[in-house]
Design a protein around this ligand. Structure first.
Ligand SMILES: [Zn+2]
Length: 432
């Protein structure tokens, strides 16, 4: 069994909980001292960090969520001065509002260690050539794994998540053995292999680590079958300082949460009450090793189940099921996530478009296809075709520029969608 940090990963429940309590108390003290949001919220509730003298008292603390982060944009949630921050990354909120995440040098060290743990669980070693087909920009996914792969001693190719044909040719010529990507990129790669008539015999690929979006077991089996590889899944919401909070092991029976760095809880999303292990609910995460951007009881919006039973791999770290669903209506198409409200915000700014729309999502081959029906004001709808065409193109362009997704817009008469129930705003026809 390949375990990067056996002292932690094969520790005992008792030792892990002792470490968690020590780190939680240090985190609470730092957050209370340095972050106005935490200090004011705790004061209002009559809580001081010393009150939380056992893990059982964690549920006494208030939740945080995306809204908290957006309201404190850009640096309000930072617990260290900017001179101690060595890296800034960003993610987007439900309305497209940015959230800035900072890292100290220690945070980057923890990040590197975590990505090494994930890659080690995927049996990546010094002899591997690792091609990272993830975004290397502000969102930080590519860099997240880059450092860990270098620490392990693998040969790292900083690729990209665009142009699968070019990445395929690099993969063939550089003799890549491990791919790091979103599952949607692996599907594009399979299409590129067929289009370019590249034989699998000319590729050295043996494994891949997936990140960034949930995928079904059907998709996993298809990718493993078509590329003749093993797939390992990892998980981490983008607003929790990276790179990830959990990884599968070779047994593929859930994702081990890095409990020395994060405390997971499962709550009823309606009442906020803690649910017992084994029950499905919303995952809440408290970071206990982050200096710059500590998050206390952060509501991820992801629905899952925790499993504390021992894993055959030897790790004692709790496992979470792959994400089952969302508490909100976040949508992921071709690896890009967005909220329907973001489409409404874009339409509200375009003259002639009404804020009523319907999204129809389907899959053609390996691509998710998004059609959007948009109501237009009456005077424009009955105007000349050229104007309608311009409006359609303008909406498609605005959505692409703002959200990074390509859509096909169909303009419809005013009030033809207005009566739709909120549940009908999105129709997802993609096979599961
Ligand atoms: Zn395991």
């Amino acid at each position: 069994m390949k375990i990067w940090n056996p002292d932690v990963e094969r520790s005992s429940r008792e030792k892990i909980e002792q470490l968690q309590l020590e780190r939680l108390q240090a985190t609470l003290n730092r957050a209370y001292r340095s972050v106005a949001f935490y200090r004011e919220t705790f004061d209002r509730m009559g809580i001081i960090p010393e009150d939380i003298d056992s893990l059982a008292k964690l549920p006494q603390l208030p939740f945080t969520d995306r809204k908290t982060l957006m309201e404190n944009y850009p640096y309000g949630m930072f617990a260290v001065p900017l001179r101690e921050v060595v890296r800034l990354h960003c993610t987007c909120g439900p309305g497209g509002e940015p959230v800035v995440i900072g890292y100290t040098r220690n945070d980057i060290n923890h990040w590197t260690q975590i990505s090494a743990r994930i890659l080690h669980a995927a049996k990546v070693g010094k002899d591997d050539v690792v091609q990272i087909c993830l975004d290397y920009g502000l969102f930080g996914e590519g860099l997240g794994f880059h450092y860990g792969a270098e620490l392990i001693g693998a040969s790292v190719i900083p690729g990209s998540d665009t142009d699968p044909r070019r990445q395929l040719l690099i993969m063939r010529d550089y003799r890549t053995t491990v791919l790091l990507s979103k599952p949607s990129f692996a599907l594009k790669l399979i299409a590129a292999i067929k289009e370019n008539k590249v034989s699998l015999a000319n590729l050295q690929l043996r494994g891949t680590v997936f990140t960034g979006e949930p995928f079904s077991e059907t998709i996993r089996r298809r990718i493993e079958g078509e590329l003749k590889i093993k797939v390992i899944n990892s998980y981490g919401p983008p607003e929790i300082p990276g790179p990830k909070i959990a990884t599968e092991c070779e047994k593929k029976c859930g994702l081990h949460i890095f409990e020395d760095q994060f405390i997971p809880e499962i709550i009823d999303p309606q009442t906020g009450k803690i649910l017992p292990p084994g029950e499905k609910g919303e995952l809440v995460v408290t970071t206990i090793a982050k200096e710059a951007f500590p998050l206390i009881r952060y509501r991820t919006g992801d629905l899952t189940v925790l499993d504390f039973s021992p894993c055959e791999c030897g790790r004692v770290l709790v496992r979470m099921h792959p994400v089952i669903g969302r508490t909100d209506n976040m949508i992921i198409v071709n690896g890009v996530s967005f909220f329907p409200a973001q489409i409404g915000n874009i339409l509200a700014k375009i003259e002639g478009a009404e804020p009523h729309f319907r999204l129809i999502i389907d899959r053609e081959g390996t691509q998710d296809i998004v059609d959007i029906m948009v109501e237009v004001s009456e005077d424009i709808f009955f105007d000349e075709m050229k104007k309608l065409h311009q409006l359609k193109k303008q909406i498609e362009e605005c959505i692409y520029q703002t959200l990074g997704i390509q859509v096909r817009v169909k303009l419809v008469e005013k009030r033809s969608l207005s009566g739709a129930e909120s549940g009908k705003i999105v129709i997802d026809k993609r096979p599961k």
